[in-house]
Design a binder for this molecule. Structure first.
Ligand code: ADA
Length: 525
């Protein structure tokens, strides 16, 4: 595999129809509008370089991009995608030798099928992740999916998408077994070890030329509590955006690694990737650290009119399918999500949620699926989902005072008692460095710290909840518009437990203290 990261020629145009003049340079990966000359501008970023193409079929992969991308080889379009934050693949065969490769990305919101201008996170443009080129073997294994069936016996199901008549299968570089014309294989992993957050042991399986890493663990959501490997689990975690003031959504791998390490070291076990697909590096890290993940395709607060638009729903369905296939073998992935805060109290909502649930169940029977709803008392989709997930902000939005949080959470915990329930978002804003010793001053670090501690204690002590995902790990770029009730000072969503540069706020310290106390008291029981 050839890594094409590095210095590319760069051109900027105001529209897609203009001819680019490559009079500048840009780093790949990189966002063109996060900082510097094109800060906050909407337009088209053209990236160009020469590549040496070997003989035979090749695959170019862009790990993640925004908001719309197209790939050209010697001026001919090979692929195009609106599935922002997902990988984009372009297969081609060319005469061996040097060729011109162009990746065009734009961050136009108007006309985008999934991204809308009121979304509460910034729609960056550029190439967010690595770009690679690799040969495609004839009769390749197009897809190799590992479904863990039983963590006590090590039984798995392999689903193999290929035209190859003969398959050679081995685990962990062990002995090779040969199968003919198999597309599904029920096998036992030799010398298996169970994957868990405490002991995240990974195995590998190789089928012909393709190798996949996986973990042996099972999930059970048939009763009111979520179970991992047969034992009830409480998810304690954060929502996280791929966002940084200088890097935008092209957060470097070292930053992803340090964010996730911090989350793990704070004693949390969960991270929700809000509100778009996550990168391979993110998942590799979560698999190795034993962090559990919720992943979802791009969407946010979609109204019933939007849920009725076929182009929106079809694109969303396409991205959900791609997301499930792409992340399938990561043991850290335990929940498929979609349609954050959609109009789940409308007919259109019921239809949209039903359609996405069908996709999840069809493609992946081993994981529960859900959407994060923000209207728990009038929701009409709870019957359709595997886990009931609620985004609630008592004591921040709305009229309740901060000390009403425990009672409100206890009330929500009683809804839909036959299914596992999680608080998929909850949080309060604070500006880093803004302090007040007065009780309950919104935007102060002290207010957010009290809020966070109160939420955590309420959820941890209530068996009605299978988990809580605080909103949010760190501040994230968004718009400065005033459409949101309490505003978005400085163009950030300031509900981060850390600020946008990852400087901890008092709430982060409060969180660590509460978890420490809880662990000490559970071990002394
Ligand atoms: C919602 C939404 C988040 C964020 C949050 C907030 O719950 O899902 O993306 O906008 O509200 O900060 O208000």
């Amino acid at each position: 595999m050839l890594n094409l990261d590095g210095l590319w020629e760069f051109a900027w145009t105001e529209s897609l129809s203009e001819t680019p003049r490559y009079d500048s340079f840009a780093a790949v990966p990189g966002c063109f509008d996060a900082a510097g000359l094109r800060f906050n501008r909407r337009g088209v970023g053209w990236y160009r370089r020469k590549i040496a193409v070997p003989a035979g079929k090749q695959r170019l992969v862009i790990g993640s991009f925004g908001l719309h991308a197209a790939v050209f080889l010697d001026g001919k379009k090979l692929a195009e995608s609106f599935l922002a934050w997902s990988p984009l693949e372009a297969d081609f065969t060319a005469a061996p030798g040097e060729h011109e490769l162009v990746i065009r990305t734009d961050n136009f919101i108007a006309g985008h099928p999934l991204f809308m201008d009121r979304y509460d996170f910034y729609g960056f443009g550029g190439i967010f992740d690595h770009v690679t080129l690799c040969p495609v073997p004839a009769r390749e294994i197009r897809r190799l999916e590992v479904l863990p069936l039983d963590h006590t016996t090590g039984e798995i199901l392999l689903r193999i998408d290929t035209d190859a008549p003969v398959l050679t299968v081995s685990f962990d570089n062990g002995p090779v077994r040969r199968f003919e014309n198999a597309r599904e294989l029920r096998l036992q992993v030799p010398d298996f070890k169970v994957w868990s957050p405490e002991d995240p042991v990974l195995h590998t399986v190789r089928v012909n030329e393709r190798s996949e890493t996986f973990g042996l663990r099972t999930l059970d959501w048939s009763g009111p509590r979520l179970k991992l490997n047969g034992k009830e689990i409480k998810l304690l975690g954060v929502n996280r955006h791929e966002s940084h003031p200088e890097f935008g959504a092209a957060t470097p791998d070292f930053l992803i690694a340090s964010d996730l390490l911090r989350i793990k070291q704070a004693g949390l076990n969960f991270v929700r990737g809000s509100h778009y697909p996550q990168r391979k590096f993110f998942f590799d890290m979560c698999d190795r650290l034993g962090l559990l993940v919720w992943e979802e395709p791009l969407s946010w607060g979609n109204r019933s009119e939007e849920l009725a638009v076929p182009r929106f729903l079809d694109t969303l369905a396409e991205q959900l399918e791609l997301t499930i296939h792409t992340s399938f073998n990561h043991p850290s992935l335990i929940i498929h999500g979609f349609l954050n805060e959609c109009a789940s109290d409308s007919d259109e909502g019921v239809r949209a949620v039903g359609r996405m649930m069908e996709i999840c169940h069809k493609l992946d029977p081993t994981r529960p699926a859900t959407f994060a709803g923000n209207r728990p008392l009038r929701d009409r989709c709870f019957d359709l989902v595997d886990i009931v997930s609620m985004n609630v902000y008592p004591g921040w939005y709305g009229e309740e005072p901060l000390d009403a949080v425990p009672a409100k959470l206890a009330e929500f915990a009683r809804l839909c008692p036959e299914k596992p329930r999680v608080v998929s978002e909850i949080g309060a804003g604070a500006i880093w460095g803004c302090h007040s010793e007065e009780p309950f001053v919104p935007w102060s670090e002290e207010f957010q710290a009290k809020y966070t501690a109160s939420v955590l204690r309420s959820v941890m002590d209530d068996p009605g909840w299978s988990g809580v995902m605080l909103w949010q790990f760190c501040n994230a770029n968004t718009y400065t518009g005033t459409v949101f009730k309490t505003g978005r000072p400085r163009g950030f969503n300031n509900k981060g437990l850390l600020d946008e540069y990852r400087r901890p706020k008092a709430a982060w310290r409060a969180l660590k203290n509460v978890i420490e106390e809880w662990k000490n008291s559970s071990s002394s029981k």
